[in-house]
Design a binder for this molecule. Structure first.
Ligand SMILES: NC(=O)c1ccc[n+]([C@@H]2O[C@H](COP(=O)([O-])OP(=O)(O)OC[C@H]3O[C@@H](n4cnc5c(N)ncnc54)[C@H](O)[C@@H]3O)[C@@H](O)[C@H]2O)c1
Length: 338
């Protein structure tokens, strides 16, 4: 049975991946300091340590006590807006602490790592699909902190004798089919999360931040990947690291872009009342278009996505919100057409 150490497992993506791995018979141990994570998202079958990734003593103890095959590093801070206001926090937690954590792993012979990076390392790609060798031009401190860890991994792999997979996620959305886990956040900036909160009546209106971008309808375009497909990608990369023992970098997306207005129109088809919208200014350093070229991963793994329908992403997100706010069918302001 393969044994995985996973940081950030009380968060949105880490908890999904943990469930996915457990469903396939892998053993999972989670390290999370619960700074933005939620204990209720942690699957019951994992061993959980409430621990900061930079607590070298405790992390070393955990690694020595177990025999991990692969470490997946999800833990970090993820808000672009906050990173612009407080770049030091992002550099400290994502880069400095990330480096301390990874060095602790390598010093204790845990030498296969899957790192959660982001499509925002590409910066503004002006409507073109970006591939793994496209230019990297991060335009906010969050993306810069992620790129610094990528470079740390690439530069030190030979010297410190480890292999890495860097996964550049595009926009992650959706919830677990069994609704065991989904996105919980008090003040999320995640587009689909915010729209779903309006749909269930938690927020009054949806604000479109800028409609004068150089895109088909003036609103930003994103490539949404279902979190369950992303979890499968982590599972396949685990097998790749164990069987091939090779480093690599992969985009994680579908290669299809939807504008904010297209997402709205798709969700309006699923609910009884239309989402009320208002227009606001562009967000600082927001990217007009972010779409992946997915050829590298799909070819290397002969993979095709199983959940790549915007409708299904939206449906599962709505169902998750519905569960979260414990609305009965009678009280619901919306109806999900199945
Ligand atoms: N959500 C997305 O669309 C997206 C897109 C691209 C990349 N990513 C990356 O994926 C990873 C996971 O994202 P998420 O959406 O699940 O975020 P999340 O905020 O839900 O989860 C992050 C988890 O890390 C934990 N954490 C933070 N700092 C820690 C520390 N110092 N020690 C221990 N635990 C710590 C938090 O408590 C939380 O449980 C992040 O690295 C993020 O940058 C996410």
């Amino acid at each position: 049975m393969k044994n995985i150490l996973l940081t950030g497992g009380a968060g949105y993506i880490g908890s999904h991946v943990a469930n996915y791995l457990l469903d396939r018979g892998l053993k999972v141990t989670i390290i999370d300091n619960l700074s933005t994570g939620h204990k209720k998202l942690i699957p019951k079958k994992v061993k959980f340590y409430n621990c900061d990734i930079a607590n070298t003593k405790k992390v070393a103890e955990i690694i020595k006590k177990n025999s991990f095959d692969v470490v997946m590093h999800f833990a970090g801070v993820i808000r672009v807006d906050e990173s612009i206001k407080n770049p030091e926090k992002y550099n400290f937690i994502n880069y400095e602490k990330g480096k301390i954590f990874l060095n602790t792993c390598f010093e204790n012979n845990l030498n296969k790592v899957i790192f959660s990076s982001t499509a925002s390392v590409y910066g503004n790609s002006t409507n073109k699909k970006v591939s793994e060798n496209s230019k990297l031009k991060p335009i906010n401190p969050y993306a810069k902190s992620k790129l610094k860890i990528e470079n740390f991994l690439i530069k030190n792999s030979k010297l410190k004798k480890f292999k890495y997979i860097i996964l550049r996620y595009f926009n992650v959305a959706g919830a677990d089919k069994k609704l065991r886990t989904g996105l919980i956040s008090k003040s999320s900036t995640n587009l689909i999360k915010v729209i779903c909160e309006v749909a269930i009546g938690k927020r009054k209106k949806f604000k479109i931040n800028g409609n004068n971008y150089d895109t088909k309808d003036g609103t930003p375009i994103r490539d949404f990947i279902h979190v369950t497909d992303l979890a499968e990608i982590h599972y396949l990369c685990t097998k790749y690291l164990i069987n091939k023992n090779k480093s690599n970098i992969f985009n994680c997306g579908y290669g299809v872009g939807y504008s904010v207005k297209e997402v709205l129109s798709n969700i309006n088809n699923l609910i009884a009342n239309k989402i009320p919208i208002i227009y606001g200014k562009r967000r600082l350093n927001d990217i007009a278009s972010s779409i992946s070229n997915t050829k590298k991963f799909n070819t290397c793994f002969k993979w095709s996505a199983k959940n790549n329908s915007l409708k299904n992403i939206l449906k599962s997100s709505l169902q998750w919100e519905k569960k979260q706010y414990k609305l009965t069918n009678k009280k619901n302001k919306f109806k999900i057409f199945l």
